[in-house]
Design a protein around this ligand. Structure first.
Ligand code: PLP
Length: 387
């Protein structure tokens, strides 16, 4: 059975051209970019070429890009870096209640180090109201961090409006754009952000490499301590093949982006409509229009997301659920709870994320298989019996 992969938000396969671009940097061009002889210089040059490509994808200057070990590190660096460098000015940070764990857990960490964190609520679509950001700012606020698009429900936040609020108040503004870069237009100046996190493995690049955009003049302390790589902003010998791969992925994404977004939006809407036609008591999570072109997140009454996942897996379909599975308990998604869903609905959530190799036939297959899976699970569901 040929498998159907519909979890592109979790990670994407590496584009064959990206792999091809990376390969020489494992073997032929293996020098340390800090070395001053030819092998090192060649590696260094490759990094700088990649930096230009990544910068171009988000409308930044190349010197404003710092390569990191992934999106999580970029988020940690942005938040801790700004917090510790600006402590003398204030100790207040504003974020939302639906951020990725990489931001949430960093905020929790900073909360224990004397920083005060405001977690703004979202509406039923997962949208942060820019006005609520404005109202939350105090004379102690040093940073606002609101994600560009949510990884679970795909809702795109009004970042440009929040950027204007931040600029008026002269407060640093960070956005986690891990789910948007390479998929929808991202321009740091249009968005009005000072810091922006990216991750290569969400746009057909390799895992374990990302970048933080840092607007010129932004005050932040380094997150990694050691050598003077990345102009003293990120210590450690550079992941040359990974960075080259990221650059190639960025280069490939730019010319294809609009057309691919259009194609995926078509498939996404067909999947949403098809599921709604075939399954009763199904609800779309996230904003109906302001959502990522590839994201379908639904809650299905009387069934658990995990059970649906396992059954779809048996049919050769890889999807995801909004709820995080821990070893001792099944916690419902905090994102869906923040959007006002009940625990039952949050438990019954299912996420399909589409990508470059998703075809019309894949969507047909999901629509063919899903109703049977739901009927089977509902027949066994105590929630359904009580209904
Ligand atoms: N931020 C968001 C919104 C994400 O979706 C992810 C990955 O799932 C991350 C950050 C973390 O990125 P990485 O896996 O590169 O550490």
């Amino acid at each position: 059975m040929e498998r159907i992969y519909l979890d592109y938000a979790a990670t994407t396969p590496v584009h064959p051209e990206v792999t091809k671009a990376m390969l020489p940097y494992f073997t032929e061009v293996f020098g340390n970019p800090s070395s001053i002889y030819a092998d090192g210089l060649e590696a260094k040059e490759a990094i700088e070429e990649a930096r230009v490509k990544v910068a171009k994808l988000i409308g930044a200057r190349d010197e404003e890009i710092v390569f990191t070990g992934g999106g999580t590190e970029a988020d940690n660096f942005a938040l801790e870096g700004v917090a510790f460098a600006n402590e003398s000015k204030g100790n207040h940070i504003i974020t939302s209640s639906i951020e990725h764990h990489a931001v949430m857990e960093t905020c929790k960490f900073l909360g224990k180090r004397g920083f005060k964190i405001t977690y703004l609520p979202v509406n039923e679509y997962g949208i942060v109201d820019p006005d609520s950001v404005r109202k939350a700012i105090t004379d102690k606020t040093i940073l606002i961090s609101i994600m560009h698009a949510n990884n679970e429900v795909g809702t795109i936040e009004p970042i440009a409006e929040i950027g204007r609020v931040a600029q008026e108040a002269k407060v640093y503004f960070h956005t986690d754009a891990v789910q948007t870069v390479g998929h929808i237009p991202v321009d740091v100046n249009e968005l009005g952000v000072d810091l922006l996190s990216m991750s290569a493995h969400k746009l057909y690049g390799p895992k374990g490499v990302g970048a933080l955009y840092i607007r010129k003049g932004t005050k932040l302390t380094p997150f990694m301590h050691g050598g003077d790589q990345e102009r003293n902003r990120r210590a450690s010998t550079e992941n040359v093949p990974g960075i080259v791969g990221f650059g190639k992925a960025a280069e490939l994404a730019l010319p294809e982006m609009d057309q691919e977004a259009q194609r995926l939006t078509g498939l996404r809407d067909r999947l949403i409509k098809g599921l709604q036609e075939r399954i009763d008591r199904i609800h779309l999570n996230g904003h109906p229009a302001n959502r990522l072109p590839n994201n379908v997140n639904v809650s299905i009454d009387f069934v658990e997301g995990e059970s649906i996942l396992l059954n779809l897996d048996l049919e050769g379909i890889s999807a995801s659920t909004g709820s995080a599975c821990t070893s001792s308990s099944l916690e419902p998604s905090f994102v869906l709870l923040a959007m006002g869903l009940s625990h039952e609905q949050a438990h019954g959530s299912l996420r399909f994320t589409l990508g470059k190799w998703t075809t019309e036939e894949d969507i047909n297959r999901v629509l063919e298989v899903s109703p049977g899976v739901i009927t089977k699970l509902r027949a066994m569901s105590p929630l359904m019996k009580n209904y």
